[in-house]
Design a protein around this ligand. Structure first.
Ligand SMILES: *Cc1c(COP(=O)(O)O)cnc(C)c1O
Length: 450
């Protein structure tokens, strides 16, 4: 399997080079030349364990890079936690992606990447510096997944005021090969610093790679849980279609689902649920793309993204071209986009209302991101009553205990602390601080990492 860049100015690469490079040299994003068919896998998905399913799906992209046996090892080791699919009302379910070591769905991709990249750098005798910008959860998932991996160092940039206390502690208390910088800016500022470092020729000696969702290694593992969960609630082998709501920020999660869909997963509709950063739902409706600068600070902080990098991939898959600056050079097939996606923006008020109401009515505790997904699903069913009996999934992307203050206020109940978050408050934190200043960032990179 080869991968091309959405800007189409560089040669095709295999999975190893796509993982190691992160972003292509022409600043495009890597995509598989052909999305492989998963028809065979779908016919037996419901009998496969999560790690078995993951190994089968990911092997489709990895020929010549990882053998099937290696992929089975990687997946058995990476996916050693529960992936609960819980009924809420009728055939509507939540898919709980919060049972990994950092209690967010980003563990699924980060744990695959940590293991895959660890093997690649060891085999090639190389060293790698993973630079990553986080709006809250990528940083901790990546930090946990790469902690102690030989040959790899990690530097995480996070926006000082936009991550919760617990999210920050999950990154700043690890030490070892993991370093963190708090940036007095927004997530978009952190992302811009990281992107600029990638294209800076003065830093080409550093062997930089990215664990942001610009790396294709972040998307491929995220297609697996769509197949897994759909197989648990519907007869997908018989072609029964599922409605799936995805709380979205940078659209990496959604793109995982879209790859599964292109490969043959029967999906009726993806509900694309954002917070007030609604540039994508607006784009679906108006066909005009306008990034939101600066991005709007919302309760669902990991989705405060005003110019999602993965939108370029979605536009590309539907025949358009959006460049990294947000300029739409070719309009994608908007009729097909509207057939496959239902965009909806959920306010913070509606998010809070959903957390309180769903808890009172069903006993299910949501956190702000999952609540955006659930509210989006409710809106979809309100406008499509004819589909009321379709099986549906809403993705719960983080554990409620990551946002204890808000959840306690809205439900009157303290979320139980998962093991992953126990003891955090007592550990010592270590991190640097920086203004939004590329020159200062570059100096740190050159001084500490050359
Ligand atoms: C990152 C994140 C999101 C958004 O996912 P994208 O892939 O960026 O769309 C949603 N919820 C949580 C909890 C996250 O950490």
């Amino acid at each position: 399997m080869k991968f091309y860049s959405t800007n189409r100015q560089v040669p095709h690469v295999d999975l190893a080079d796509a993982l190691l490079e992160g972003q292509a040299a022409d600043r495009g994003l890597y995509m598989p030349l052909q999305v492989p068919s998963i028809a065979d896998i779908i016919s037996r998905a419901k009998d496969l364990s999560y790690p078995e399913l993951a190994a089968q799906v990911l092997s489709l992209y990895a020929d010549g890079v990882f053998s099937r046996a290696e992929m089975e090892d990687i997946c058995a080791d990476a996916y050693n936690f529960e992936v609960p699919v819980e009924p809420v009302i009728g055939r509507r379910h939540i898919l709980r992606l919060d049972c990994g070591p950092s209690a967010s769905f980003k563990d699924f991709a980060a744990r695959f990447m940590g293991r895959a990249l660890g093997r690649l750098v060891t085999a090639r005798g190389r060293e790698l510096l993973i630079l990553t910008a986080t709006s809250g959860d990528t940083g901790s998932a990546v930090a946990h997944a790469f902690l102690g991996v030989p040959g790899i160092r990690v530097l995480v940039l996070f926006p000082t005021d936009e991550v919760s206390d617990r999210q920050r502690r999950q990154m700043t208390t690890l030490g070892g090969n993991i370093a963190t910088i708090s940036v007095s800016g927004k997530f978009d500022d952190c992302q811009a610093l990281v992107k600029r470092a990638f294209s800076d020729p003065d830093l080409s000696g550093l062997q930089l790679s990215s664990a942001n969702s610009i790396n294709i290694g972040r998307l491929l593992p995220q297609s697996v849980y769509y197949i897994y969960a759909a197989s648990r609630i519907a007869d997908i082998a018989g072609g029964e279609k599922v409605i799936i709501s995805v709380p979205s920020g940078n659209f990496g999660n959604l793109m995982g689902g879209v790859l599964a869909f292109r490969g043959g997963l029967p999906v009726q509709k993806f509900v694309v649920a954002t917070n007030a950063n609604d540039e994508v739902p607006v784009f679906f409706q108006t066909e005009q793309y306008r990034k939101i600068e600066p991005s709007i600070v919302c309760l669902s902080n990991a989705m405060n993204v005003g110019h999602p990098s993965n939108l370029a991939r979605l536009v590309d898959l539907y025949g358009g071209h959006l460049d990294e600056k947000g300029v739409l050079h070719r309009v994608p097939d908007m009729a097909a986009i509207r057939r496959d996606f239902y965009g909806v923006s959920i306010s913070d008020d509606a998010t809070r209302d959903t957390i309180g109401r769903v808890f009172r009515e069903t006993g299910v505790m949501l956190e702000p991101h999952g609540a955006v997904g659930w509210a989006g699903l409710e809106r979809f069913f309100e406008s499509h009553p004819e589909l009321a009996d379709c099986p549906a999934l809403s993705l719960e992307t983080a554990h409620p205990a990551k946002f204890p203050d808000e959840v306690i206020r809205l439900t009157g109940t303290a979320p139980t602390l998962p093991d992953a978050l126990k003891g955090l408050d007592a550990l010592a934190e270590r991190y640097d601080h920086m203004a939004v200043d590329y020159a200062a960032f570059k100096q740190i990179l050159l001084e500490k990492y050359r």
